[in-house]
Write a protein that binds this ligand. Structure first.
Ligand code: NAD
Length: 425
């Protein structure tokens, strides 16, 4: 059964990323040529390739891999499987990866990949053949020291295992550091699966603590998306005692004013059709649009971009928005929320926990020396709180909103590194 995603307004994510960049870079004293350089992607690969489907038919799929920057190190970024992926979306996501990695001080540039397909409408064997062929097509760009993919929407640890195996078969030996977000039994890191969602809640908790909210039981949290990011954000918030009153996925929203038992919800989705929330009975059904406008304290969009727009920003009732997804808020919505006094923890900070633990996984893979989950979580907390502090300091210095401050902090680091490296030749 194909599950249709709810219609979303078409807004070009790359235009959003460029507008955010222009807004932030204007504060920086960098040569104009460097500002122009960082506004461009470095290289873009488009591939069209055949996949044999289970019924014997051959279907042609299209995919991309884009490097935005390699100034600070190898490029890093996830691979997205979705029906509406396009080159501009991949460009935007690659650019955001550059800023995210720089913001949390990882020695990485930014990249992203995507394949136009509907993973909910394909069998595991079809997905495996698609993944192996796509990995081979983009092997021109990926390598453990050049470009390291990870999961994103529509892909998961199993997808990464297939990519790792495909690459390893080609070179003739196992290369765990070719991807991150792998299953633990093939060199994945403890804590990686939970890392992005955990990081979302670490940032939320930090913001609430700084604002004097010290009782998690009083805080009502609504989370859009119950995939990798949304599930573990909900789980960590629930474990810390926050009241998660609403969650959602492509099948709609699920609301319980008393707070949902996230362990119970996770037990349900573990065995449900495509791990979806459809049919979960201990909550009232609402729409995704209603979830965004719910009477709550914290709203965490953890699904996809362009969810809070000019059309619905005025309806947001939360006083804090924590962006688990990449690009969930448009620049027009940013302005509306800012005027309403809604505080936003921007994506490149709030969801940086995933790439941070991906970095730990890569380091562990290269060293063949593995850490326990306590060490992973301790280092994750340290990295995110340091980045949070850096953003707040920039915010005070330039008197700007938190997104602009995060972008200024990151662009400054990449821009100065570019200047230090010099322009070749
Ligand atoms: P996922 O595929 O695991 O989950 C996506 C969730 O969004 C699913 O619950 C899906 O049902 C839901 N969804 C899809 N379309 C929707 C719609 N129209 N309305 C409401 N819900 C919808 O993906 P993920 O890895 O959790 O990624 C989610 C977001 O977080 C993306 O923006 C991604 O780029 C970003 N992100 C992911 C990671 C990571 O480590 N996985 C890291 C950083 C940022």
């Amino acid at each position: 059964m194909a599950i249709q995603a709810p219609a979303t307004e078409h807004i070009n994510a790359y235009e959003v990323a460029l507008r955010q960049y222009d807004r932030a870079v204007a504060y920086l004293d960098l040569p104009q040529g460097i500002k122009d350089y960082l506004r461009h992607t470095k290289r873009e690969l488009s591939v069209n390739f055949p996949v044999r489907m289970d019924n014997g038919d051959i279907r042609i799929f299209s995919g991309y891999r884009v490097h935005h920057s390699t100034v600070l190190g190898p490029s890093k970024g996830g691979i997205r499987y979705a029906p509406n992926v396009d080159l501009d979306e991949v460009r935007a996501l690659a650019m955001w990866m550059t800023w995210k990695c720089a913001l949390v001080n990882l020695p990485y540039g930014g990249a992203k990949g995507g394949v136009i397909c509907d993973p909910y409408d394909m069998t595991p064997t079809e997905l495996e053949r698609l993944t192996r062929r796509y990995a081979t097509e983009i092997s021109l760009l990926i390598s453990p020291h050049g470009d390291i993919p990870a999961p994103d929407m529509g892909t998961n640890a199993q997808t990464m295992a297939w990519i790792m195996d495909t690459y390893s078969m080609t070179v003739g030996y196992s290369v765990p550091a070719i991807v991150t977000g792998k299953p633990i039994n093939v060199g994945g890191s403890q804590g990686r699966k939970e890392a992005t969602g955990r990081g979302v809640i670490i940032c939320m908790d930090e913001a609430l603590r700084r604002a004097g909210h010290n009782d998690p039981g009083e805080i009502r949290v609504a989370i859009q998306g119950f995939g990798n990011v949304g599930t573990y954000a909900a789980k960590h918030a629930f474990d810390l005692g926050y009241k998660v009153i609403a969650i959602s996925d492509v099948t709609g929203g699920y609301y319980n004013a008393q707070g949902l038992d996230i362990d119970d919800v996770m037990a349900y989705t573990e065995h449900s059709h495509h791990n979806l929330l459809e049919g979960y009975s201990k909550a009232d059904k609402i729409t995704n649009a209603e979830l965004l406008a719910l009477d709550c304290d914290v709203l965490a969009p953890c699904a996809l971009e362009n969810q809070i727009t000019e059309a619905n920003a005025a309806d947001v009732k939360a006083f804090l928005v924590v962006e688990g997804a990449n690009g969930p808020t448009t620049p027009e919505a940013d302005d509306i929320l800012f005027d309403k006094g809604v505080h936003i923890i921007p994506d490149i900070l709030a969801n940086a926990g995933g790439v941070t633990v991906s970095y730990f996984e890569w380091v562990q893979g290269l060293q063949s020396f593995f850490w326990d989950v306590e060490e992973v979580n301790r280092q994750l907390g340290r990295v995110l709180i340091k980045a949070y502090d850096d953003v707040v300091r920039t915010q005070e210095q330039y008197n700007v909103d938190m997104r602009t401050a995060a972008q200024i902090t990151a662009i400054k680091r990449v821009g100065e590194a570019t200047r230090t490296r010099g322009i070749y030749p």
